[in-house]
Write a protein that binds this ligand. Sequence first.
Ligand code: SAH
Length: 249
Amino acid sequence: MAYQKSKFALTMPETDQVLHTLQSLGITKKEDQPKSNFPKYMENNKKMMRFWYKRYKLFSRFDQGIKLDAESWYSVTPEGVAEEIAQRLACDIVVDAFCGCGGNAIQFAKTCRRVIAIDIDANKLAMAKHNATIYGVADKIEFIYADFLHFASSTRLRADAVFLSPPWGGTNYSREEFDIEKYLLPVGATKMMQYARRISENVGIYLPRSSNIKQVVALAKEKQHREVDMNFLGSSWVAITAYFWDFKF
Ligand code: SAH
């Protein structure tokens, strides 16, 4: 697995972030009016329209028929960021524990030999498969309909890396400082890392940029390497990804 050096020094996050943030990813173009593939539930919903205007930042192949449910519009990892994460976690077998509609899984399929993509929501998983087909990588991804915590407790699978992009807690989202032990779903970060480490000691976790950095750094086991990347989309800081991996790896 090729882990590269951080491009950015770690600094304390500022305020102002949304759930799997997409808030400031793009520029709304006046001429960019709804076209085909426009979801009905966005009509007359200004908040949701923001995401529509950013659709090509989420998926550059959006117009080829990408499918997203309402929740996924604001929880998908934007393509550029997912690409960067996939470069960092390039390996043989990667587990994408919270696959959603496939933003990360699709990019992992380009840098890893095999992707095990898990989600607790069957509809999202079906959309992920559909979206992966659009990117021509569906055959490299195994889609598993499961609760990741149950999966990790019962599987004998050993992977080279596990990627965690858990829900950031919806309305509990804290703009000031995000407590990763309190607000992440379905369990706090320390517990989630324990589940992930049943499958691999090499773990990446995608978090709000306002995450409590002391808590993030404390997720490393003794003598483990750790790095925290700031994820940018253009000039917008959208999230952080923390990586933890074995000394020997
Ligand atoms: N990285 C994804 C988005 C993940 S959003 C992308 O880029 O598309 C978080 C996802 O976690 C949601 O799809 C939700 O259905 C899923 N999820 C929530 N609890 C889960 C659990 N216990 N096990 C597996 N998936 C879960």
